[in-house]
Design a protein around this ligand. Sequence first.
Ligand code: ADP
Length: 543
Amino acid sequence: MDNLMQDFPLRVTNIIDHAAKYHPNRKIISKDTSGKIIETNYNQIRKNSLKVSSALNDMGIKKGDVIGVMAWNNHRHLEVWYGIPGAGAINHNLNPRLFSEQLIYIINHAEDKMLIIDSDLVPVIEKIIDQCPLVKACVILCDENVLPENNLPNAISYEKLLSTGNENFSWIKGEETDACGICYTSGTTGNPKGVVYTHRSNTLHALTQAAPDMLNLSSQDSIMPVVPLFHANGWSIAYTAPLVGASIIFPGGDMSPKSLYEMLEKGVTITAAVPTVWLLLLSFLENEKRTLSSLKRVVIGGSSCPRSVIEDFQNKYGVRVLHAWGMTELSPLGTICSFKPEVERLDDKEKLNVQETTGHPPFGVDLKITDDNQTEIAWDGETQGDLWCKGVAVVKRYLKMEEDAVDDESWFNTGDVATIDSNGYMRITDRSKDVIKSGGEWISSIDLENAAVGHPDVAEAAAVGVPHPKWDERPILVIVTKDGKEADKNSIIDHVANKIAKWQKPDDVLFVPEIPHTATGKISKLELRKVISELNYKHPDTH
Ligand code: ADP
């Protein structure tokens, strides 16, 4: 039988059209680079996005061209977020915290023709621009009268670009499977790899992410993406919020807890970021004796969320934690820990145990865990194995790679190690390369770190395996203390030992002034191992 249903292409421009038509006055509040607060709405955002599309079109940007964007979370970023795909082009998110070599590599590898940059990030691009020969023009996200002096090719201000644009432009048409955005993985081992999202994958992802058991996002919400739009597809918030007509509060580039707190108090009901951001905010709230007046939910992902953070948010501030797992390759949502009825029935302590897992997937994401022979293993909440994923917004092949990133049945090997329990709640125990292997058994570095962070003297903790003559590897903790001074090792080890099996107990504690982080704010185990070797650290049993 013929297909008798309409052809409604899943293009991301339909998302902003919908927001502007049905939620035109919903507030978008944004902090710009000078600290000024700007208020706009979806109607205005769409008009400016159309101007961006038409101006890019006039400048010769064609379908499939790639435009690099290096910007903080602000309203202009949202306008180009839609203006670029509206011109048929592809939005390549650039993380300003990457090393120069990595930035050069990804700008050249993705073949960025133009760059759009926040004005305070111009120096980052100036340093590398002579090594990016394909970039022919730059747009600086500022007013004409504050355009900074620069040596960038054909640089114009954003306001100048808008002034040449036409708000009655029609979005460039195309297929729903056209490329829409590119985000590179952080490349902790080897070169970064490009994940190319399509209009279709981004739209489907936003639909699934908004669902009640996921973000449960609606037009009643004000969402503040603290996670940068350049990290892992911006956790898709710039698609999901307009899709449901939620208000957006953009915090700008000021990540200080004080600034985040002030922005949260502008009526934010839900926010999202990696755990390190929340550790700092929680200590600010504690020290300054502040409360959170509107916040109801906080999405925490990107790395494992310590139990103490979940407890603090929920017990002290009445904010429900939604622990989430995702990856750049998944657009990025994999799972969220919301309560199914079988969890809602549990007592508070048991619920907290469940919240230490990263929860369950939405429709459109499928998971499995396997042993070394790639045979599926039991969902008993105990047995750990390699985590695989497939879904509507999961990578098939990285940009310009010859081989698929998935097996014959479309399973993508996430590189994570996990357990899944009988209710389908998944718990990440490690990245496979970070697992500590002691006497043939695996010890979860994440479990040790999360337990250590609960100790009152500990600001940040990393667990690593160090060579051991009898057990191959044994775990030690690398600790940054709250006051920067060395604390009592045994007290920390005993605190952790209370929460894990006896044989997993860390053998030693190494105090350091700081722990190295990746460009996305996670602990960099690679760099940390270098630090440990530079310190010439040896396991106590080898002395
Ligand atoms: P980057 O490494 O550049 O930050 P991603 O955001 O794509 O890139 O990182 C994805 C990885 O982050 C996952 O494979 C997993 O190892 C880790 N991760 C994400 N969320 C969690 C979580 N809630 N708990 C533990 N690990 C997580």
